[in-house]
Design a protein around this ligand. Structure first.
Ligand code: HEC
Ligand code: HEC
Length: 315
């Protein structure tokens, strides 16, 4: 808050309090003209009906004064008067930080013995996986789904099909540092016919029907334009996050229309780095959890509270 703003806030706050005090004083006094009217407002209805005008009871005014005293005490102790922070030095942020510190101290007792375990050891540790399930629900399920089966553009983490690789350390790296998958837009390079041919070839790779001559020409184009990233056999390249195109598992969809879109306009997808958010131990726990899911440890996902398991079916 700038000095000017601060001053305005202070003046307005104090003026309001002064206004309240004046109002109390004004309503509590007995006015001389009223005294002469015998304690009534002076209004007369129906010839003889008049209205008493008694000052407010003292105890009631006392309560008002108490709230004003409280107001002053509050403004002295806590932030409220412009940029004056209060003699206590209390702030929302310092209170939040203190609570985080206390929570960290409580949870570090839980995580400390786990910090030395490897991803696979963690995957076998029931207590670690119980904690990891909660971490997943809080940090990952917004994108990957509460059952980790993903959605369009968010990969399924329960299968054995990987963009970046499913080795325990690779999963850990993915979560620690994030990943960016970029599929370039190739519509201009391919032209309309070329796009149709290459789409036909990609369809044929996962066993879908496509016109044979297009498939043949699409294959040629694939080896010049696509193989560098997706591999000569189209089985993908985990170093680039280029998916396997032969297994009929799709991140965006395997219909001709979606394939055409992918090839024409490209795709750009990011898994955020979680090291800054969660730290290494929690990330390793999550790597163990994801590794366990892909290995078919549905017990890990099943041993928890009801809600989340409904979507789980054994494959
Ligand atoms: C903001 C959304 C978002 C959040 C939150 C998120 N992810 Fe991801 N994640 C993605 C996207 C998108 C990809 C795919 C990146 C790509 O296309 O290369 C991905 C990829 C992955 C992969 C690689 C999958 C593969 O096939 O190689 C793993 C493992 C993963 N996420 C685990 C997690 C875990 C564990 C968490 C929680 C700590 C998490 N993600 C949180 C969006 C997210
Ligand atoms: C520079 C490397 C690169 C080139 C060249 C490239 N791709 Fe890709 N492609 C990728 C990456 C990386 C992804 C994953 C994008 C993501 O994570 O969102 C991808 C995704 C795709 C997908 C989506 C798969 C799914 O599961 O939905 C298709 C289809 C595809 N590419 C086909 C092609 C075809 C056909 C060509 C050649 C015309 C091609 N790609 C050229 C890197 C490449």
């Amino acid at each position: 808050m700038g000095n000017g703003t601060s001053l305005v806030v202070i003046v307005v706050t104090l003026a309001n309090i002064a206004g309240c005090l004046w109002l109390i004083w004004w309503t509590s006094r007995t006015r001389p003209d009223e005294a002469s009217q015998g304690n009534t407002t002076g209004h007369v209805w129906d010839g003889d009906l008049s209205e008493y005008n008694n000052p407010m009871p003292r105890w009631w005014l006392g309560l008002f004064l108490l709230t004003i005293v409280f107001g002053f005490l509050y403004l002295a102790l806590y932030p409220g008067l412009g940029s004056f922070t209060g003699v206590n030095g209390w702030s929302q942020i310092s209170q939040y930080e203190e609570e985080v510190r206390q929570a960290d101290a409580r949870t570090s007792a839980l995580y400390e013995p786990l910090a030395k375990l490897s991803v696979t050891e963690l995957a076998d540790n029931r207590q670690a996986m119980a904690a990891a399930r909660n971490l997943f629900a809080n940090n990952c399920s917004t994108c990957h789904g509460s059952d980790a089966r993903g959605a369009r553009s968010f990969p399924n983490l329960t299968d054995k099909d990987w963009l970046w690789g499913g080795a325990p350390e690779t999963i850990e790296q993915t979560i620690l540092n994030g990943r960016v998958g970029v599929m370039p837009a190739l519509g201009a390079a391919l032209g309309n016919e070329g796009t149709e041919q290459v789409v036909a070839y990609v369809l044929s790779l996962s066993g879908h029907k496509a016109p044979a001559d297009w498939v043949e020409q699409g294959k040629q184009r694939f080896s010049t334009l696509c193989a560098a990233c997706h591999g000569p056999d189209a089985k993908g390249n985990p170093l680039l996050g280029a998916p396997n195109l032969t297994d009929d598992v799709w991140l965006y969809g395997g219909s001709p229309a979606v394939l055409r879109e992918t090839v024409t306009v490209g795709r750009n997808n990011a898994m955020p780095a979680h090291k800054p958010l969660l730290g290494e131990t929690k990330v390793r726990l999550l790597a163990g959890y994801v590794y366990g899911l892909s290995r078919g440890d549905h017990d890990n996902a099943k041993s928890g509270e009801g809600e989340r398991e409904k979507g789980h079916e054994r494959e």
